[in-house]
Design a protein around this ligand. Structure first.
Ligand code: UD1
Length: 421
């Protein structure tokens, strides 16, 4: 298992480009199953989760054509089996995103239940109930969700999400695009990735209004066709490099990104003392060598502060001036990184869904273990500011969501290297 060794104490400084968004690329790849012609997806990030989705397609008989820039052409007409097996689904929950498209386009699907995961129980009941509302017959048997569309195909439905769910909204929006009649999704997720998926579906011929608001109206069409679509920039990768620069007192310019989808994060960084300048597709952060000030925050669905940036801000608060309170409202049990950071000297007290972080002047390098994707990003940030060397184990979590993290950080001057283990 590869490990990262980071020698802390360098102020990050430089320019890098941001990759395509993982959480947009995954539903968009799933959406290609709805088409009756090849779809090309561009600006895909080079990440383990994307490879898993492509491998899943391979298992179903679809052989994506990949060019050297990682644009992928998918021809869903070659599908042979409608089963998403457990060995793949268990490594990536987002595999559930193929459920809605397969039932809508091919009339049936068998997708393994993702089960629990390191950041809480994460059920998929809303995905199932949404499809049932469209007339699908669903049985959960032997660890698989077995879904069948009614005679004549899925029917448009009025569905209220009692919890805001990003992939739940995406799954039902995709299924509704090929259903008979109108669907209205209420209390839908407003995340930019939902909007990106809707734009891709619209490019394929879907009729969708209201994506980006909490009510999405979809008028089902008889067929969806081919398209070429560019995935949006990754707002969480963007935020992670901004926090890394702020924590080290440095300066970064991030290109090929979009400041308009990061307002909650940018405003917290300004509160922490960062100077931020933006252009249409870039963000520059300058900390001018200062130590950040601790910030209070509360995660919630978009446009509020994203849960996927919570761990990175705990790392920022850990070396900041003052005390910051971080409240996690989206997932239970999403504070595992705290215990690893404590091993580096961070002063953090967890009470239920609240972490109270008292900043210290310096963290100390230590061997630590990544527990999930964003938790690992927070350990990288802690290591960048710590005295001495930090050895981060289980970095396969990082490779699921950060493209070439060590190359990008090296470009910013960090002392980081990967060692095969
Ligand atoms: C997506 C993102 C993930 C991000 C999360 C919240 C992708 C591939 N992943 O995950 O990075 O952290 O949004 O912004 O886009 N819930 C239910 N029933 C369901 C579905 C969800 O109760 O059927 C609950 C979950 O347990 C959680 C909350 O809803 O407490 C939000 O989860 P959800 O938005 O569904 O997360 P994901 O879509 O899995």
């Amino acid at each position: 298992m590869d490990k990262l060794i980071i020698t802390g104490g360098v102020r990050l400084n430089g320019e890098i480009r941001i990759s395509g968004a993982k959480n947009s690329a995954l539903p968009i790849l799933a959406a290609t199953l709805l088409a009756d012609a090849p779809v090309t997806v561009c600006n895909l990030p080079h990440l383990h989760d994307i490879t898993t989705m492509i491998e899943l397609f391979g298992r179903m008989g679809i052989e994506p054509v990949i060019d050297e820039k990682l644009s992928v052409e998918i021809d869903p007409r070659t599908i042979k089996t409608l089963i998403a097996p457990y060995e793949l689904v268990k490594t990536m929950r987002a595999s559930i995103l193929v459920l809605g498209p397969m039932v809508a386009r091919f009339g049936e699907a068998e997708v393994a239940l993702p089960g629990g995961c390191a950041i809480g129980s994460r059920p998929v009941d809303l995905h199932i109930r949404g499809l049932e509302a469209m007339g699908a017959q669903i049985d959960v048997e032997g660890g698989y969700i077995k879904a069948k569309a009614p005679e004549g195909g899925l029917r448009g439905a009025h569905f209220f999400f009692d919890t805001v769910s990003v992939t739940g909204t995406e799954n039902i929006m995709m299924a509704a695009s090929l259903a008979n009649g109108r669907s209205v999704l209420e209390n839908a997720a407003r995340e930019p990735e939902v909007v990106d998926l809707a734009n891709c579906l619209i490019a394929m011929g879907a009729q969708i209004q209201g994506a980006g608001t909490d009510t999405i109206i979809i008028d089902g069409v008889k067929r969806l066709g081919g398209a070429r679509y560019n995935v949006m920039p990754d707002r969480i990768e963007t935020g992670t490099y901004l926090v890394a620069a702020a924590a080290t007192g440095g300066r970064v310019k991030l290109k090929d990104t979009d400041p308009s989808i990061l307002e909650a994060v940018l405003s917290k960084l300004q509160e922490a003392g960062a100077e931020i300048t933006t252009g249409p597709d870039w963000i520059e952060l300058d900390m001018k060598g200062k130590r950040p000030k601790a910030v209070n925050l509360r995660t919630a669905p978009y446009p509020a502060f994203p849960t996927d940036m919570q761990a990175q801000f705990i790392a920022l608060n850990a070396i900041a001036e003052g005390t910051g309170t971080v409240i996690e409202t989206v997932f239970e049990n999403r504070f595992m990184h705290v215990y690893e950071m404590t091993r580096m000297g961070a002063l953090i007290q967890v009470e239920g869904n609240t972490a109270i972080v008292t900043g210290t002047q310096a963290l100390k390098g230590a061997p630590v273990m990544a527990t999930d994707l964003r938790a690992s990003a927070s350990l990288v940030i802690s290591a960048l500011v710590a005295d001495g060397d930090t050895l981060i184990d289980r970095i396969y979590h990082i490779d699921r969501g950060y493209e070439c993290i060590e190359e990008k950080l090296q470009l910013l001057g960090a002392k980081i290297r990967r060692v095969p283990g």
